[in-house]
Design a protein around this ligand. Sequence first.
Ligand code: PHE
Length: 513
Amino acid sequence: MPESAVEIARQLSEPERRILQLLGSADRAWTLDEVAAQAGFGSENEAYSSASWLQRKGLVEISETAQTLVGLGADGVTYARDGFPERRVYQYVGRRAHGVPLAELKREFPAGLVDIALSWWKRKGLGTIERTTGDTALRANPAPPPAEDEDLLRRLAAGPLVGGATVAEQELREQFGKSYEQLRARPGLVEPRTVKRRSLRPTELGREAARAGPLQAGLVGEVTPEMVQSGAWRGREFQAYDVRTEPPRILAAKPHPLLQIIDEVRSIFTQLGFEEIEEEYVQSAFWNMDALFIPQDHPAREMQDTLYLARPPTLDVPQDLVERISRVHENGGDTKSRGWGQPLDAKESRRALLRTHTTVGTIRYLARHPQPPVRVFSIGRVFRNETMDATHLPEFHQIEGIATEKGADFPMLLGILQEFYRRLGFPKLRWRPAFFPYTEPSMEVEVWTGQKWMELGGCGIFRPEVTQPFGVPTPVLAWGLGLERLAMMRLGLKDIRDLYVSDLEWLRNQPLL
Ligand code: PHE
């Protein structure tokens, strides 16, 4: 006997062993209900769960066949007890010498019953129907032919007829042919229903394991407190764990991978001492752009880049602030800047749009909280009028943040971002000079993906034109980073759209991060 069969036998659980022992006792296929009953399981489901483990271990084969089982319908139950309608009428009529008028039968029996009897009366050779003036009468045939269908129904109702507790339609057809078809043809008498039947058969390895010593010896699968107390465990052989068995696949609900990454980003910034802020998607051009010293003739303000709202077309903006910022745009106001040489067009400032960056949330927060220290971040959706392709979406997320305190400087900004990406698993960064109207200096941050450098976002220190109007006394370090690209790197995706229209199988295979 191969060692592996012995090994396998040693690793079987107690229920598995019961099944295998049963299957080993005769070389045939066993139906699952047989196995459940004879191997001492509470239900077929219970037996099936152990049987499928045996299947996974290569010890049994489970095959499925669809079978039509027959039970009695509601009328079938009544007829089996009280007799068929035509039989009851026959018995009533049979005692009379003359035909019995329908009117009388309908007084004696429910009308529906008489109608049914009438429709079978001649077909079953129970008698004749006489139509005299005014009424129809039934006359009974003294020796009607045998009623096999009625016998069959009674036998079905009386209990196991063929096979077991349930009757396979095929067996009924084979054994009772015409009389079964007759029952079948009448509604409500018998009810065939199709069930899947599973049957088990041991494989070659299964048969060997069934013969193996450990299976016969009765291994202990579970050590009970009683066994420990009484010492009964001594000298017994125990079931071994099979650590190589694949567990069943559990398709449990879990957050989408993108949400998991959002949570991770959130927890990193929280651990670094930042507080999360949120802002609305719909903003005025004033907050989204003017307050950030983006000139009103900046190309990014064009319709083809920014999604403006038709309803409402405009939003209220605080008049005093607009005037203050307008002076900064015109000539720098008190910021020592020369400005853009152009005051704000108030109509343009009021235009409603979908925020194009989360920096709008930052500046609104800063306007309300100008006093250092400030350390806040946000993870939010932004909208741009972009054509969708493998690397662009019209909606995506930005990881935004600011830090301001006395002495905040550029190395501190780089340190924060360096630490953020390091904690996310991207320790290698590089910085490239960039331009944003609201920061000076401005940088783009790139991370090393292992294969190439990938641009992930912008950062810098807010210009005085941005901070001075709100009275912020200290340098404000700011950044806005892409989330989706980061997620693509983490998840190994090549197409950004896969994040939002995810393949189900891919989703199922994603681990909980
Ligand atoms: N708002 C910029 C963007 O949309 C990113 C950025 C934020 C740059 C803050 C500098 C400071 O890409």
